[in-house]
Ligand binder design. Sequence first.
Ligand code: ADP
Length: 259
Amino acid sequence: MSILEVKNIEKRFESLQVLQKIDFSLEKGESIAIIGSSGSGKTTLLRCLNFLERPDNGSISVNNKVIFDAMDPVTQRDSEVRKKRLHFGLVFQNFNLFPQYTVLKNVTLAAELLAQERPSFKQEKKTILNEIQDRGKMLLSQVGLSDKLDYYPHMISGGQQQRVAIARALALNPDILCFDEPTSALDPELTGEVLKVIRNLADRNTTMIIVTHEMDFARDVADRVIFMDAGVIVEQGTPQEVFSNPKEERTKQFLCRYN
Ligand code: ADP
């Protein structure tokens, strides 16, 4: 059963058509790598999925429920957007941590704010906050940062900051974890530690969409690869199909640059 179904997503910025007829689906536990040249629309696609951009056309369903349909204004109510965003966790290129909060607080903050809206929060405050702290610590241990809970972002390396951002994205237990070039802002020697964390998540069958320029990583970790060019999906298939036996000329040309 598909956890995510994207149908005919289109997006234009004024006269520039950035996404056209984007169709793909994602199974629970599957990892998809999205590859393609700069400017091909990869980030815009992720932003559409996370309601940071509104597609002009098409629909998005999660767990068989339509959460966005360009033809149905009911699915576009702003009041619903926050709830719908919870389906997705997003890890940005530049980490985007809150500089004024500790590593642990960065991970727990969203869950704490959400918990305050529960009717039982006042009565069960201590228990709820303890549970959130415990989960935050567990996630930080999963990304290898148990010894940095009380540090502030400026006190840790870029690779460590990105690992905090991954723990933060996991904190609200999203259905789908999205990465937008998670290592492109890192020095090469810090890339490996972040890729290792993502690889571990794939081994645990975390459902993921990873926009990446790391071709070897995409080949190793992804169950499926989507190649985009000029706003369209040119080709998709297993890593073996796309990397070793690409059908389309544009895919061949793109991959040539990495060989
Ligand atoms: P990629 O992630 O593949 O590098 P993007 O999705 O960032 O590609 O960008 C696709 C195209 O859309 C580019 O030509 C970019 O300049 C344009 N674009 C992205 N965001 C905006 C925006 N907010 N306004 C206008 N053009 C944009």
